[in-house]
Design a protein around this ligand. Sequence first.
Ligand code: AKG
Ligand code: FE2
Length: 271
Amino acid sequence: MRRILPAVTTSSLDEVVDLVAHPLADHDYRAQCRAVLDRDGALVLSGFLHAPAVEQLVAEAEALGHLAFHSGQTHTVYLETADPSLPTTDARSREVVSTKGAVTTDQVPGASPLRTVYDAPVFRSFLCEVLGEDALYEYADPLSSINVNYFLEGQELGWHFDNSSFAVTLLLQSPDGGGAFEYIDSMRNAERNEHNVHGVAAVLDGRPERPPTALDQRPGDLALFRGRNALHRVTPVVGDRTRILVVLAYNTEPGLSLSEHARITFFGRLG
Ligand SMILES: O=C(O)CCC(=O)C(=O)O
Ligand SMILES: [Fe+2]
């Protein structure tokens, strides 16, 4: 087994992130990113992390892997319990499966480059401008801000919509097969309470009206994604190389914790 020591000194942002390719402070660059996200509902910044940082983070994630809490749940695409009294042509009657392992913020080493990125004021102000938010805050609970997710062979996220309006992820390692993030945009309008339960059920039947798009996110790439109205999934991992994906989670209000139900479900504990 490979043994790796956690980083003992904190890296600076430019040691971790390629700030030449991705000038996070630059107003024009921010505007360009925002235009792509508004147009596509997704934005991938390829080569966001320097290659040595990816290597270091994969080693760090591998060393933490034994701490991961593996959850398995069935839920509807709306992240609710299925209502079996509804017909199968209604997505609210249909269950999908989600399985993954998660390491929590408190388990990430204090000097991890993940914290350098998560905490950097210029990264947060970049996200604010691209996402159109006034401010972003970490979670008040010790578990939910930075999560390292592990998808082992056969693990997947079933089709779903997110409750949050945006997601920020860093892919560290792709599996040999499967593990693809696929999405179909505008499959509901949560703000207007329009749910398209029949169109969504057709996707679950493998008969989508519009084919899913696969996000081209490679190791070291940052993705921003609007998952509230885009139906999305991660296909089952094939082979024994684990998919390792970091979620950088922020709130738009200070002092919020992830719900107790979600913490128990995904992390197996409250704190
Ligand atoms: O693993 C991913 O790339 C996406 C995760 C996701 O959709 C979620 O956590 O809601
Ligand atoms: Fe999601």
